[in-house]
Design a protein around this ligand. Structure first.
Ligand code: PRX
Length: 629
C-alpha cells in the first residue's frame, strides 16, 4: 500500500497563476494592521464617495465599516462594468432542469434589472423596506435581488424548499408588503408549486399588499385580483422603460436579510450591508477562487442561501465574472448531469457541498469518466466538514488530480470565507486549512484558553471583518447573546462549531457544538423541528438529535412522547414525519422517529440531547449528575 501524503501540493502551474503568491507574510501583515488591509481591498471597488474611516469599533459588537462612504453594491456589480469591455461579457449562463437555456451579458443583466427596478419603484417599493423573494433557481430570482438593491430596498430571499408556514413566518417577521415568487420550478423531474405555497403564506400575512409572479412552469395558478401580478406583464409596461438610476446608499445601509437557524427559538434574520459585504465577498472570491477574466465559475448552491448570495450573485458580479446557474438536481435525468454541464459549458471552477459530492460518488466514477472535465482548474467545498474519502474522490475523479480543493469554512453570519485554503496552499483532505487574511481565529476552551494542538475546542473569531452580519433584525440583544456574550471578556465572536487545530496550524472543523443541525449542508435548529412536531395534536413532547449519515453528513432523529389517548403506530410515524415536512419543508423531515415514554431531562427540565445521542451511538453517556431521574 502506498503511504498517504501528508500534504497534497498544488501543481506548479496552479501556483504560477495564483492571484496570491504568498500566504504567511501577507497574513501577518493583514492581521497586524487589518484596517490597512481592508482599506486596500476596498480600493479595488468603485465608490460614489470614499470612506472617512475604514473601521469604527466604538459601539461593540455593532461594528461599522467604511463609515461616511457612499456606494451601492449594484454600482460595482453591474454599473461599472457597463463602461468597460465587460459590458458585452456573459454575466450569467442559465440552464433549466428540462434543458432550456438563457444567457445574459452584463448589458442584458443591466436591462433586466433596470426594468424590474422601475416596476418595483412604480409599485411603491421604498428605499429601506424589506421585499420577500420566494423563487426557484431561475434568472428572475437574481434580477429580483439586484433590482431591490438597485433602488435601495432590502431583499429577504426565502429558500424555495421551505413550506408556506416557514415563508409566512419570515414575511411576518420582516413585515414585507411585497412578495416576489413564481408559479413553480423544476426539481428532479417534478414541478414545485411555489405559487400555491405563496398564496397560503400570504393568507397568514396581513402585511402583504402585492405579489409579483414569474411564469416558469405555466401551470394554472390562482391569482387574486388587485394583489397578484404577472412579472411578464409588468416588465412590458411603459413604466418599466428607461434606465433606472442606482440609488446612492450609505456603506452601512442594509443590502439584505437572510434568515438562519439558531440554537433556540425561531430563525433569525441576519443583516448584511452594501459596503463591507461587497468588499468582503469580492476579495475572498478573487483570492481564493482565483477568478480570471476568461473563467466560467459555477457555484452550484441555491441563490436562496448565503452561499448563493455571496458567491453566485454578488461576489462574481463585482469581479465581472461569468457565472453558471442551474435550476435543478445534480442527478437529473442521470447522475452525469453536472459532469455533462461542465463539459458543455467548459466550466473552470466548481464550488459545491460535501453532500452533493457524496451523493454523486455513490453512482460511481464511470459517470464522470464519460465526460471531458479538462476545463476544470479549481474545485471548492462548503457547508459541512468534507470527509477525506469524499475529498479524495472529488480530487481524483472530478479534479483528475489536477485541481486543488478549496474547503471553505464560513457561515451566514460571516458573509464570506473565514477559514480556507488558497490555490497555493498545501492541502490536507478534510481540513479547511488556515484563516483568510484579516481574520484571527482560534480554538479555545470554555474560559477562552487556547486548546492544545489537536485537542477539540470551541471555534472563535477574534477579529471583526467587513463581511460580518451587523445585527439580527429587530433583536440586537439576541445578536449580543448569541454571538458575543460567551467570550465577552475577550471580545470574541462565538461561532457555535467545535474544531481542532493541528501541529501545522491547520483547522479541522468537527461540527456544530450547539443545538443546530446541518443536514445535507442545510442549517436547521433542533428547537424548530421539535416545535413542528409538538404542533401536531397527537404529540405531547419531542426531542431531536443529529446522528451521522453517510450522504447527508447528519440526519435528524426524533423522539416523541404521544398524548395519553394516542397509540404508537407505523402510520402515525410516517404521518408525523410528513407533518414536519409540511410545517418546515422537506429538508427538515426526520430520518427516524421513535416513540418513547420519557425523555432524559435535567432537573430544571431541559432535554439532555447529548444523552439521547450517546445512547443512540452506544457511547458513554458521560456525566449524568444533572439528570432528573
Ligand atoms: O458548522 C459550520 C458549517 O456550516 C455552518 C454554517 O452554516 P450556514 O450559516 O448555513 O452557512 C453555510 C454556508 C457557508 C458552520 O457553522 N460549515 C460551513 N462550511 C464548512 C462547515 N463545516 C465544515 N467545513 C466547512 N467548509
Amino acid at each position: 500500500m502506498t503511504k498517504e501524503p501528508k500534504f497534497y501540493h498544488p501543481l506548479p502551474e496552479v501556483i504560477q497563476n495564483a492571484t496570491v503568491q504568498e500566504y504567511d507574510k501577507t497574513y501577518q501583515k493583514s492581521i497586524s494592521n487589518p484596517e490597512a488591509f481592508w482599506g486596500e481591498q476596498a480600493g479595488n471597488l468603485d465608490w460614489y464617495k470614499k470612506w472617512d474611516q475604514v473601521f469604527d469599533g466604538g459601539d461593540k459588537p455593532f461594528f461599522k465599516w467604511y463609515t461616511g462612504a457612499k456606494t451601492n453594491i449594484i454600482h460595482n456589480a453591474i454599473d461599472r462594468h457597463l463602461k468597460t469591455a465587460n459590458r458585452n461579457k456573459l454575466a450569467f449562463m442559465w440552464e433549466g432542469e428540462p434543458g432550456d437555456k438563457r444567457q445574459f451579458s452584463y448589458h442584458d443583466l443591466d436591462n433586466e434589472v433596470s426594468k424590474f427596478a422601475n416596476v418595483l419603484k412604480s409599485m411603491g417599493v421604498k428605499q429601506g423596506e424589506i421585499v420577500t423573494i420566494y423563487m426557484p433557481q431561475i434568472p428572475e430570482l437574481v434580477f429580483a435581488m439586484l433590482a431591490c438593491a438597485k433602488i435601495g430596498a432590502v431583499h429577504s430571499v426565502v429558500y424555495g424548499g421551505f413550506s408556506s408556514e416557514a415563508l409566512a413566518g419570515r414575511i411576518q417577521d420582516a413585515n414585507s408588503r411585497f412578495l416576489i415568487t413564481a408559479d413553480g420550478g423544476y426539481r428532479r423531474g417534478k414541478k414545485t408549486d411555489l405559487k400555491s405555497i405563496s398564496n397560503a403564506a400570504m393568507l397568514e400575512s396581513p402585511s402583504i399588499e402585492a405579489c409579483v409572479t414569474v411564469k416558469r412552469t405555466g401551470d394554472d395558478v390562482h391569482m387574486q385580483e388587485g394583489r397578484d401580478f404577472w412579472y411578464h406583464d409588468l416588465v412590458c409596461l411603459p413604466i418599466s422603460r428607461g434606465q433606472c438610476e442606482t440609488v446612492e446608499m450609505d456603506s452601512e445601509d442594509t443590502l439584505f436579510l437572510l434568515y438562519t437557524s439558531g440554537s433556540t427559538g425561531k430563525p433569525k434574520a441576519l443583516v448584511h450591508t452594501h459596503g463591507g459585504y461587497g468588499v468582503y465577498v469580492s476579495t475572498t472570491l478573487r483570492m481564493v477562487f482565483d477568478i480570471k477574466p476568461q473563467d466560467r465559475f459555477w457555484c452550484a448552491a441555491d441563490p436562496g442561501w448565503i452561499t448563493g448570495h455571496s458567491y453566485i450573485v454578488y461576489g462574481p458580479l463585482i469581479l465581472g465574472a461569468t457565472v453558471m446557474l442551474y435550476e435543478g438536481a445534480p442527478n437529473f435525468p442521470f447522475p452525469n448531469r453536472w459532469w455533462d454541464m461542465i463539459e458543455r459549458y467548459k466550466i473552470n471552477i466548481l464550488y459545491t457541498s460535501p453532500t452533493a459530492i457524496r451523493g454523486l460518488m455513490r453512482f460511481g466514477e464511470n459517470w464522470p469518466k464519460k465526460h471531458d472535465l479538462s476545463s476544470l482548474r479549481l474545485l471548492g467545498s462548503v457547508g459541512e466538514p468534507i470527509n477525506p474519502e469524499a475529498w479524495k474522490w472529488y480530487f481524483e475523479h472530478i479534479g483528475q488530480g489536477r485541481c486543488p480543493i478549496m474547503d471553505t469554512w464560513w457561515q451566514t453570519e460571516t458573509g464570506g470565507f473565514v477559514i480556507t485554503p488558497l490555490p497555493i496552499t498545501p492541502l490536507k483532505p478534510g481540513s479547511a486549512s488556515k484563516p483568510f487574511f484579516g481574520n484571527e481565529v482560534g480554538v479555545v476552551d470554555e474560559e477562552g484558553n487556547d486548546s492544545k494542538p489537536n485537542e477539540e475546542g470551541s471555534l472563535v473569531i477574534k477579529t471583526p471583518s467587513p463581511g460580518m452580519a451587523r445585527t439580527i433584525l429587530g433583536d440586537p440583544e439576541r445578536y449580543i447573546q448569541t454571538y458575543w456574550k460567551k467570550y465577552e471578556k475577550q471580545g470574541w465572536y462565538h461561532v457555535g462549531d467545535s474544531a481542532r487545530k493541528d501541529d501545522d496550524g491547520y483547522y479541522w472543523i468537527i461540527g456544530r457544538s450547539d443545538d443546530v443541525i446541518k443536514v445535507s449542508g442545510y442549517r436547521l435548529g433542533t428547537a424548530e423541528v421539535e416545535s413542528a412536531l409538538v404542533s401536531h395534536p397527537s404529540v405531547s413532547e419531542a426531542a431531536t438529535i443529529a446522528l451521522p449519515h453517510e450522504v447527508k453528513g447528519n440526519a435528524i432523529h426524533a423522539y416523541v412522547i404521544l398524548r395519553a389517548n394516542e397509540k404508537p403506530s407505523e402510520e402515525l410515524e410516517v404521518h408525523l414525519k410528513d407533518h414536519v415536512g409540511k410545517v418546515m419543508g422537506p429538508i427538515a423531515k426526520p430520518e427516524t422517529l421513535t416513540f418513547v415514554d420519557g425523555l432524559p431531562k435535567t432537573r430544571s427540565g431541559k432535554i439532555m440531547r447529548r444523552v439521547l445521542k450517546a445512547r443512540a451511538l452506544g457511547q458513554d453517556e458521560g456525566d449524568l449528575s444533572t439528570l432528573e431521574d
